[in-house]
Ligand binder design. Structure first.
Ligand code: 3H9
Length: 694
């Protein structure tokens, strides 16, 4: 049963019971209506308490039902709320833990609301690319005032119930037993003569509503550039202010129906579920016992090691930081301190927290001090020989059961594991730079990595607020293996006729935070050069453009050398198109092709994005990623792929895999077409009429 019904001394208690968060799916909605009717028909019942079992009052509409027949099947949430509001017997919503979206809208339809402190109250629909669609844009401003309501609606951010105690939303915020308090309140109001108060009948009072609405519009302008929902939220609130409750409600409904079908909403919902799905590993059961991680050690206090250490410190986990030389250790500590000082300056960290965090670090030069660590993360030089020394040493000192992690971004985790006598305890933890900022964590599963090690690091990732995605062992793992194909295409296009600024502009217009050439100038062109040199040896069969080598031979390593694909001025990160580079590109094309052709922006975007998609399909086929949404999460959180497009694999589904396949075949028949080996898995999905996401 999604809803339970009991009576206690003249009060009916309707309890939502639809784990995990009492989502308001069809059966829950029907159950509420049934309960309200039963209560109306029972002469002994004088009042009704509406509450939620488990860890929420309600997390809102069941998002999995969106765009399915169940979403619009009666009783819809709007109907349920109308019935609750129309109940002749007073309905008291008893709210604990979470009242979000449709859950809060349902509570706003009740005649009275009682809350426990600490409950998260929100209308987070905007984060899913929609707007509150069951009266939230109309009732919340009537409950707590225009300004506070609009802030909540356009931000989607939760507010704690105690902070709303005097807002007009709650009749009481009570300590102690919530149900007991709600029952007592219900008995009191049940004894009163109706009609009972309805939020819809309240007035929205504001001295300058039009002015505030305009202010709200201006403040969402930046984020609303690529998302239609924030402006629609404001439009719906405005409609209620100007035309009254019923017209506002009808307009809100119209907007909801339109927004739920937009690609932006689909992308945001995909990301919502993708994030949660990423933490689940198909063959690692949810109840796998976890290893206790209370002390972490990080080897290497450079940029990466320092950033990694900060993640744990920020989560209150003590870190032993190991370096080989005192000087390097001091430098590393000073950088960490500087980062925290910057946060204090920006007001993001309380001054007293700085020393507390620094105190969690134990610096050391001795491996002996790693004996008590439950997890040791190595962030030393990226060379197998160096990793070998470190892991052999770790094998000697680490306590039994300690997790030994490598932050390698390119090396074979299985080989690293084989340096120890405990390969089951070894895992890759690939942090992205700057490690204390970037959300993504690729968890690299070696062939012997134990399931409880995986379960433990996935749990730990949540604690340090990372989006962890599991990758199998392969060159570059999920993210870098795909980006290599993207960069390959970018370089081929230079050879064929494009210039760096054109490629960057086209893909930035598509929504990437930074195009491949600006990115490479930032990261250092010498990094890719070193990788290519290795590849030329290891994989002479793969055809790479040599144009970037030419750039490196000119000493143009990027921002750090004052020039790369672009020119830079001292103290200015602006990328200025470079005449010498453009001339070099022109000359290079002539040398190898004899001519250059005009390349359209559309071709640039297709070749870059479909290169990701094609490699992503291979990664799926090989089982390196277990689901398409994992790949999307890697790209959304680690590579600046536009959120409103939902990641490369969802984008491919939106374009249609049939069209993607046709484009790939077309490019494969052109010069440099050998870089396009169509993924058999992609062709198979097209033949079956499926997408990556079903
Ligand atoms: C809405 O209400 C529209 C209306 O205005 C109009 C309608 C007409 N539906 O996050 P967790 C699942 S739109 C379906 O790990 P936590 C989630 O996928 C809705 N499923 O837990 C996960 O499943 P699994 C507006 C949902 O304790 C499990 O619950 N509401 C929903 O860290 C646990 O989730 C929102 O946007 C849902 N609504 O956080 C609220 N919510 O275990 C979105 C959760 O299989 N939800 N699930 O992976 C949240 O923000 C958090 O989940 C919440 C709990 C704070 C509730």
């Amino acid at each position: 049963m999604a809803v339970n019904y009991t009576t206690q001394d003249g009060v009916a208690v309707i309890t939502l019971n639809n784990p995990p968060v009492n989502g308001l799916g069809l059966s829950t909605r029907a159950g509420i209506v049934e309960g309200i009717e039963r209560a109306q028909n029972d002469p002994d019942v004088k009042a009704i308490v509406l509450t939620g079992a488990g860890k929420a009052f309600s997390g809102g509409a069941d998002i999995t039902e969106f765009n399915t027949p169940k979403a619009t099947q009666e009783p819809t949430l709007a109907t349920v709320i109308k019935i609750v509001e129309g109940s002749a017997k007073p309905v008291v919503a008893a709210i604990h833990s979470v009242a979000m979206g449709g859950g809060l809208e349902l509570a706003l339809g009740a005649h009275y609301r009682i809350a426990a402190p600490g409950a998260q109250i929100a209308l987070p629909e905007v984060k899913l690319g929609i707007l509150p669609g069951a009266g939230g844009t109309q009732r919340l401003p009537r409950a707590i005032g225009l300004e506070a309501a609009l802030n909540m609606i356009v931000s989607g951010a939760p507010v704690l119930s105690e902070k709303l105690a005097d807002s007009g939303l709650f009749d009481e915020v009570v300590q102690g037993d919530l149900l007991e308090a709600a029952l007592a309140f219900a008995r009191k109001v049940g004894a009163k003569q109706g009609p009972h108060p309805k939020v819809r009948d309240r007035k929205i009072e504001h001295p300058n509503a039009a002015g505030f609405i305009q202010f709200a519009r201006n403040s969402v302008a930046a984020i609303a550039k690529n998302f239609p929902a924030p402006h629609k939220c404001i439009d719906a609130v405005e409609a209620g202010v100007q035309n009254g409750f019923d017209k506002g409600l009808a307009f809100e409904r119209e907007c909801f129906i339109a927004l739920v079908q937009t690609p932006e909403s689909r992308a945001l919902r995909h990301a919502f579920f993708g994030e949660r799905a990423a933490s689940k590993i198909p063959d690692v059961p949810a109840d796998t016992p976890l290893r206790d991680i209370s002390r972490v050690a990080v080897i290497g206090a450079g940029t990466m090691g320092g950033g990694i250490a900060m993640n744990f410190i920020n989560a209150g986990i003590a870190v032993t930081l190991l370096e080989t030389k005192q000087e390097a250790l001091d430098r590393g500590l000073a950088t960490i301190r500087k980062n925290y000082e910057a946060s204090v300056k920006k007001g993001k960290l309380k001054p007293e927290a700085l020393e507390e965090r620094m105190a969690l670090i134990t610096p050391t030069l001795s491996y002996d001090h790693l004996r008590s660590a439950d997890l040791i993360v190595e962030a030393v030089f990226e060379e197998l020989g160096v990793k070998e020394q470190v892991f052999k040493r770790l094998d000697e000192v680490a306590k039994p059961g300690a997790i030994l992690a490598s932050n390698t971004s390119t090396l074979d985790v299985d080989k690293i594991a084989a340096f120890t006598k405990r390969p089951q305890d070894v895992v890759g933890l690939h942090f992205f730079s700057p490690a204390n900022v970037m959300k993504l964590l690729e968890v690299v599963r070696g062939k012997e990595t134990a399931k409880d090690v995986l379960a433990t690091v996935m749990q730990l990732a949540k604690k340090i607020r990372k989006t962890a995605v599991v990758s199998g062992v392969c060159d570059g793992f999920i993210g870098n293996r795909m980006i290599e194909q993207y960069v390959r295409q970018a370089l081929f296009m230079l050879e064929e006729g494009a210039l760096p600024a054109q490629v960057d502009k086209a893909i930035e217009k598509f929504g990437f935070a930074m195009g491949p050439f600006r990115m490479s100038d930032l990261a250092g062109n010498d990094i890719g050069w070193a990788i290519r040199k290795r590849r030329y040896q290891e994989r002479p069969d793969i055809h790479y453009s040599k144009i970037a080598d030419r750039l490196c031979e000119m000493g143009r390593f990027g921002q750090k050398t004052g020039g790369g694909w672009y020119d830079y001025k001292t103290g200015d990160r602006t990328a200025y198109p470079s005449q010498v580079v453009d001339e070099m590109i022109g000359a290079f094309s002539k040398e190898i092709n004899g001519e250059r052709r005009k390349i359209s922006d559309e071709e640039i975007v297709e070749r870059l994005v479909f290169a990701l998609v094609n490699e992503g399909a291979k990664i799926l086929e090989e089982g390196i990623a277990s689901k398409a949404s994992d790949i999307d999460m890697v790209y959304l959180t680690g590579y600046g792929f536009p959120l409103y497009r939902g990641g490369p694999m969802l984008y491919a589904d939106t374009v249609g895999l049939y069209n993607v396949e046709r484009a790939i075949r077309r490019y494969a028949a052109r010069p440099n077409g050998d870089a396009w080996q169509l993924a058999p898995g992609l062709a198979k999905l097209v033949a079956e009429g499926h997408g990556f996401n079903g």
